[in-house]
Design a protein around this ligand. Structure first.
Ligand code: ATP
Ligand code: MG
Length: 415
């Protein structure tokens, strides 16, 4: 893409009420636009990152056997009443409204109830199970606080997956496979080293049914305790003498760190399906309740965490796997040979399958480099009147301060 065609502009100023680093950088670099507190629109560069994250999540969800669907945002009060989750005292994030005829409706903050109800039309016998489905959907939540930029929003993109199994063993098998798939997701987006699976409720890992994926990050709203071996981490709520004794570890070997919950997985057992009338006929002819599991990943929160973790005083610094483009081609100078060489490199890169942001604008070098650092594409190719005589390119990686002047063939090896 030619940067002259990109309608978004980088900004020096940020909204005065914006206090979080992730939103500040993403707004200044033109990835998101703030509509109101906790509500952001996603601009073209941001959408490219979101799409990369979604692609990785999508591949890993398909690898455990899930298929994608898309549920509605408008939801029926009746379904949520069946499970006692319509009540604002039980669920404090509901946005609710009314139809013209007075019928109350809710805006989806999660989808267990409607999707389980939907399954009653499709699941009748043990032959129809297990079922694994997921979606990428905008969730609406009336959050009290919205000060963490896109890490805590009132409207945000979530990947939510639901599993329907015939019994606990089948369920746990899928649950454990999903833990592994989630680990792959966080590794692939570049956060493998600082993301921990923590047990979220109950005492011991084995007998309780909720796990969180927590990424170490100063802007995170949770505290976790990380063991010095770097492999074990515990949530604040389970960091107690009983858990430590059960795990045979010492309190003094743990260090508290700020973390952001990037994913969350739950076991619901059969209760919710029974409340919503989802049963199946087993091979022995008996009518049984279905085992439900629910698995979330905060797609836009993940973009915020990536912006927090991968950035410096100059701007963003995307890991290759989620960067909006593979390379930022920056042209300095406007003389004919420079322009035609840069245009040719742009075409060559594209025909080699690379995505390129081509800064073809007629601006000062300093301004172009500042924008490039702010946007944070991992590799920059600079073509100037100086390098063009030898048909060379100056290659600079976002994370390094040194650059090298090489031929296109050599430059390609950096991508
Ligand atoms: P939190 O404790 O942070 O409020 P939660 O327990 O409410 O999270 P879930 O309902 O399990 O979260 O949602 C699944 C995932 O969606 C979370 O792990 C998180 O990554 C993301 N998420 C939850 N709430 C928000 C929000 N308000 N803004 C952005 N992402 C969110
Ligand atoms: Mg919440």
């Amino acid at each position: 893409m030619r940067q002259s065609q990109l309608f978004t502009k980088t900004r020096k100023e940020i909204p005065s009420d914006e206090t979080s680093k992730n939103a500040e950088l993403l707004i200044r670099a033109g990835f998101i636009h703030k509509e109101q507190a906790g509500v952001y629109s996603i601009l073209p560069l941001g959408l490219m990152v979101v799409s990369k994250i979604k692609q990785i999540v999508s591949e890993e969800m398909k690898s455990v056997g899930s298929t994608e669907l898309l549920m509605s945002s408008l939801q029926s009060k009746e379904l949520w009443e069946k499970t006692d989750r319509w009540n604002d005292e039980k669920v404090d994030v509901w946005f609710k409204s009314q139809l013209k005829n007075g019928t109350e409706v809710g805006f989806g903050w999660s989808h267990e109830e409607p999707i389980t109800s939907l399954m009653t039309y499709h699941v009748k016998s043990y032959n129809d199970l297990p079922v694994y489905v997921h979606q990428f959907q905008n969730k609406l939540r009336n959050e009290v606080r919205a000060k963490a930029g896109i890490m805590r929003c009132r409207e945000f993109i979530m990947k939510d997956m639901y599993s329907y199994s015939t019994n606990e063993e089948e369920h746990m098998n899928f649950y454990n496979k999903t833990i592994e798939a989630y680990k792959k997701v966080f590794e692939r987006v570049g956060l493998g080293g600082n993301t921990f699976v923590t047990s979220a409720s109950g005492g011991v890992f084995t007998d309780k049914f909720s796990h969180e994926f927590q990424t170490i990050c100063d802007a995170g709203e949770d505290n976790i305790y990380v063991h010095k071996d770097g492999k074990l981490a515990l949530n604040e709520e389970v960091f107690n003498d009983k858990t430590l004794a059960d795990l045979n570890v010492e309190k003094s070997d743990f260090e508290m760190k700020k973390a952001a919950e990037v994913g969350n997985i739950f076991t619901f057992g059969t209760k919710k399906c029974e409340e919503l009338g989802l049963y199946f006929n087993d091979s022995d002819g008996e009518k049984k309740g279905v085992f439900l599991g629910s698995y979330g990943i905060g797609i836009t929160r993940l973009m915020g965490v990536l912006a927090e973790v991968f950035s410096d005083d100059k701007g963003l610094s995307w890991p290759k796997e989620v960067s909006p483009f593979h390379v930022h081609l920056v042209r300095l100078g406007v003389n004919g040979t420079t322009v035609s060489f840069a245009d040719k490199v742009y075409d060559d890169l594209k025909s080699n399958g690379f995505t390129v942001l081509y800064d073809d604008r007629d601006l000062r070098a300093g301004e172009k480099f500042a924008d490039s650092d702010l946007i944070g594409i991992p590799v920059r190719f600079v073509i100037s009147d100086k390098t063009v005589a030898e048909e060379k390119i100056e290659v600079k990686k976002r994370k390094e301060s040194e650059s090298e002047v090489v031929s296109l063939d050599v430059a390609l090896k950096n991508l």
